[in-house]
Design a protein around this ligand. Sequence first.
Ligand SMILES: Cc1ncc(COP(=O)(O)O)c(C=O)c1O
Length: 314
Amino acid sequence: NRYKIISRRNSYHGATYGALSATGLPDFVEPFHPLVPGFVKAMSTFCYHCELGLEPSSCNLACLKNMEQTILGEKPGTVAAVIVDPIPGSNTGYPVPPDGYIPGLRALCDKYGILLIFDEVQVGFGKTGKMFACENWNVVPDFLCLAKGFTGGYLPMGVVIVKEGIANEFRKPGKDFHHGFTFSGNPTIACVVLKVIEIIKKENLVQKAVETGKYLEENLRILYEYPVVGDIRGIGMLWAVELVEDRKTKKPLDSKLKVGTWIRDYCWKKGMILRNNAEILVIAPALIMTREQVDFMIDIIDEAIREAIKHFKF
Ligand SMILES: Cc1ncc(COP(=O)(O)O)c(C=O)c1O
């Protein structure tokens, strides 16, 4: 009877039909309706733009309560899994969930017998300063999805790690896993991934991400000197700078001005590839980045913001 999957608003899980149905970004999803049935959305943990207008210091984890209400509203016995991107990705600029949310989510899933899926496609493999993002809370999901970090996008490879008990279901006599693809388990790429894991360990790159990430954070925070910088958020080597018209009220910039895109183009002209999602500037460098490269990057972003302030007369 359990066929529903609860995901969250503002999440991104991919562009294939099932993953898109779990995705919670209306602009990405709406052109493809109708979606796969059984996908239900709960509140996100995007604290800077909290759906309820609350502050993390006093909200009492309203987002976790919303998840429980959503489960109860759907009748827990019909819910197979909850899927979350524990730290949402570049589309929202790495909003780290409030303390207690991820352990609370694990407890909720256990309470109602629901499987917990962590989509760490973007935030896994050292990027948060831990090999897996879920280690930041010592929480173990039932499914862990990984991809980008271990090939850097140069080769196509994604994996889903499952708990032993789930894998064993498919090993029972008479049971099979009929869900393969021509290019599944590609041995050449698997060799590359094993080598990457070996190098990450040998060169201590996860610890390096902690140290370089701290340096990156300290230097990024200097950008608060510009009133147009509303929020700087992130963890490890994953950071975002969100630009606003008014820091106090969080009033957004006029989207027609396309300030974020102007800044992105400025950085590109200066020799640095920056991604923006509207007014969110996204910074997710490789684990091997040096302090000198951080300085280079921050200098260009700083200059780009200064030039944008002049250009748009803020
Ligand atoms: C969190 C997350 N999940 C899933 C995906 C989808 O991965 P793919 O494009 O390889 O299907 C992405 C891609 O950006 C992602 O960031």
